[in-house]
Write a protein that binds this ligand. Structure first.
Ligand SMILES: NC(=O)c1ccc[n+]([C@@H]2O[C@H](COP(=O)([O-])OP(=O)(O)OC[C@H]3O[C@@H](n4cnc5c(N)ncnc54)[C@H](O)[C@@H]3O)[C@@H](O)[C@H]2O)c1
Length: 439
């Protein structure tokens, strides 16, 4: 089994080459008759929706491929990444597959830490895909909404309380002005998840009692520092291992399971009790090896979330919902869902297809723009991201956290006051329970 990061990095690139060129060539038509949009904000160009990609790594490339695959009326007109070698080679790969629908020339590829602002300043860009390291997401979303762009924001959308509040404000601003924000929580659009949760809502497992959810894998990448890199360049390059950039594994990866908990339970919990471990990372990594969180609701329900990176260990990234009459197992990736009754008899099952879900989220976003009914789902994903932060902070500090504290009192703001690519970066440190305090 492969975790989504690896799956995207591998499959997205492989799929570019395997895909048909016919899709790109055959789709040079203007397919959208746009519906009325709030405040007159419309896609710019003759019925096409012009997309720009900000963050051109594994998932950014996958997302660009997914929107071009699912939406014949989408064109890729600009890219931004701090590393233009990455963005140019991605553009070349996509152009081979999608032909004239990839219009970005070298002049449309922007680098530097403020490359995203150059993309957002362009009047021909309708929709931006935000797929940099997560720490930048609240800032990038805010700027994109201010520029009146439609947004696809990869998960997680925040790694601290400050980022959560920024996302909530951006959600409200997008709603008010009539622009879309969809997020990279693809399981919300995966048939095996949607149908299983519909069966739960219909009562197939009786009353929901609780849930276990896991993102337990063998590990994640670590990128060695290259000669000549500044501290800031290095941390952004090896972003997974720095909490201000990734939020740790619980925020970066297990947010998929936490989002499933949020979905099944209908919203965030009231408190979190947590533990975890850190014993085998490279010295400068801030990440923990494991987290175990009990999320508790006011009515007494408890959902248990585990995530861990342990080499040569059992991999389990599934979600299990326990009911008074049965159990629903909602498996990650493409592994499908199954529902049993209390005696173990199988009541229902279905296959999964994560690749289709990655395309479906971009189809839904673009259709919503074309119909003039833009999807705005940022708050939901901000809540799931903050649930991850709430669990992480409970583990780091060794104290109980509450949703009230996280949303009303926490001052946790990890993003540096300024970013100089050639300069210093936050000093890495490992959070230790008993020493680390909630803020
Ligand atoms: N939905 C999913 O299943 C899924 C899967 C994998 C990754 N993701 C998410 O996608 C995002 C990107 O992950 P990835 O695996 O593609 O990482 P990656 O390291 O492969 O790519 C990130 C890219 O962003 C660039 N970048 C970083 N900060 C930047 C900035 N401030 N401005 C411009 N460019 C910047 C980097 O140079 C790099 O090319 C993360 O938020 C990750 O959690 C989601």
């Amino acid at each position: 089994m492969t975790h989504p990061n690896a799956l995207n990095a591998d499959n997205s690139r492989r799929d570019f080459m395997a895909g048909t060129l016919a899709l790109g060539a055959a789709s040079i038509v203007a397919p959208y008759a746009f519906g009325a949009m709030g405040n007159g904000i419309r896609p710019s160009a003759n019925g096409f929706i012009n997309v720009a990609l900000i963050g051109c790594g594994g998932r950014g490339g996958g997302a660009a491929n997914d929107t071009l695959t699912g939406n014949p009326g989408v064109r890729l007109v600009a890219l931004a990444d701090i590393n233009t070698t990455t963005s140019k080679s991605l553009r070349d790969e996509l152009k081979k597959k999608f032909g004239d629908r990839v219009t970005a020339t070298d002049a449309d590829i922007f680098d530097g830490i403020d490359g995203y602002l150059k993309v957002l300043a362009r009047t021909d860009v309708d929709l931006v895909i935000l797929a940099t390291a997560p720490g930048f997401r609240p800032q990038h979303i805010t700027a994109a909404v201010a520029a009146k762009k439609h947004v696809f924001a990869e998960k997680p959308v925040c790694v601290d309380a400050a980022g959560y509040h920024i996302c909530c404000a951006a959600h409200d601003a997008a709603l008010a002005q009539g622009t879309a924000i969809a997020t990279g929580t693809q399981y919300r659009r995966q048939g095996s998840f949607v149908d299983a949760i519909a069966k739960i809502r219909e009562g197939m497992i009786g009353d929901v009692v609780g849930m276990t959810a896991r993102y337990c894998s063998n590990g994640i990448w670590y990128r060695d520092r290259k000669p000549g890199m500044s501290d800031m360049e290095y941390q952004i390059y090896n972003w997974m291992h720095f909490i201000w950039l990734s939020g740790d594994q619980i925020t970066e990866q297990a947010v998929h399971n936490i989002d499933c908990i949020h979905w099944v339970m209908g919203g965030p919990p009231t408190r979190a009790f947590a533990s975890g471990s850190r014993w085998q990372r490279p010295e400068d990594s801030e990440m923990w090896d494991s987290f175990s969180i009990d999320y508790e609701w006011a009515d007494g329900k408890v959902c248990s979330l585990q995530c861990r990176h342990w080499p040569n260990s059992t991999v389990d990234c599934n979600n299990v919902v326990y009911g008074s009459k049965g159990t629903a197992t909602i498996r990650a990736f493409s592994d499908g869902s199954v529902i049993h009754d209390r005696s173990g008899k199988e009541l229902w099952k279905t296959k999964g297809d994560i690749g289709a879900a990655y395309v479906a989220e971009h189809k839904a976003l673009v259709a919503s723009i074309a119909e003039g009914k833009p999807i705005v789902e940022l708050r939901q994903t901000a809540e799931s991201s903050l649930m991850a932060v709430m669990g992480r902070e409970a583990a780091y500090s060794g104290t109980v956290t509450t949703w009230d504290f996280m949303t009303k009192e926490s001052k946790l703001a990890l993003f540096p006051s300024s970013i100089d690519l050639q300069g210093s970066a936050p000093t890495p440190f490992v959070r230790r329970p008993g020493e680390y305090k909630l803020t």
